[in-house]
Design a protein around this ligand. Structure first.
Ligand code: ZN
Length: 134
C-alpha cells in the first residue's frame, strides 16, 4: 500500500457537518459528489496533504444509514492508495482477508475501490483505492 488516501466519516446531515468541519479545518470542502450505487452523498476536505471524506446516506438501505443506526456517527473507513488494485486485492486474499467486492467499483473522487470485511481487520473497514486513469 502506498499511503492513507483518506479517512471516511459517517454523518447524519452533510450540510451541517460541512459547516462544522470547515470550522475545524479552517477551510471549506472542495467537492461534493453523490455515489448513487452506494446510496451516499460525499464531501471532501483537504487537510494539508491528507483528505477527509464525509458520507451521508441518501436512502435507508445505504451502508451509511445502517452504520449510523448501529454505531452512530463517526469514523467509518480508512482508505489506502494502492498502485494496482487487482494485484493488491489478490495479495490480501492470499493473506486470508475477506474482500467485499471482487470487482472494483467506481467510488467517489475518481477511484476504483475494493472494500475488505471489517471482521478480518479488527473492526476497521478498509477501502483500497486506485485512481481511474483514462
Ligand atoms: Zn472512502
Amino acid at each position: 500500500m502506498l499511503k492513507i488516501e483518506h479517512i471516511g466519516i459517517a454523518v447524519k446531515d452533510l450540510n451541517q457537518s460541512n459547516a462544522l468541519f470547515a470550522k475545524l479545518f479552517g477551510e471549506a470542502h472542495y467537492k461534493i459528489e453523490a455515489v448513487e450505487s452506494e446510496g451516499v452523498k460525499t464531501s471532501f476536505f483537504k487537510v494539508g496533504q491528507n483528505k477527509i471524506e464525509l458520507l451521508e446516506a441518501t436512502n435507508s438501505n445505504s451502508p451509511i444509514a445502517k452504520f449510523i443506526e448501529k454505531k452512530g456517527e463517526g469514523i467509518h473507513h480508512i482508505a489506502f492508495d494502492v498502485a494496482d488494485i487487482h494485484t493488491e486485492k489478490e495479495r490480501l486474499k492470499a493473506e486470508g482477508f475477506v474482500v467485499l467486492n471482487e470487482t472494483p467499483k467506481k467510488g467517489a473522487d475518481n477511484k476504483w475501490v475494493v472494500f475488505l470485511h471489517p471482521k478480518g481487520t479488527n473492526g476497521v473497514l478498509v477501502e483500497l483505492c486506485q485512481e481511474i486513469k483514462d
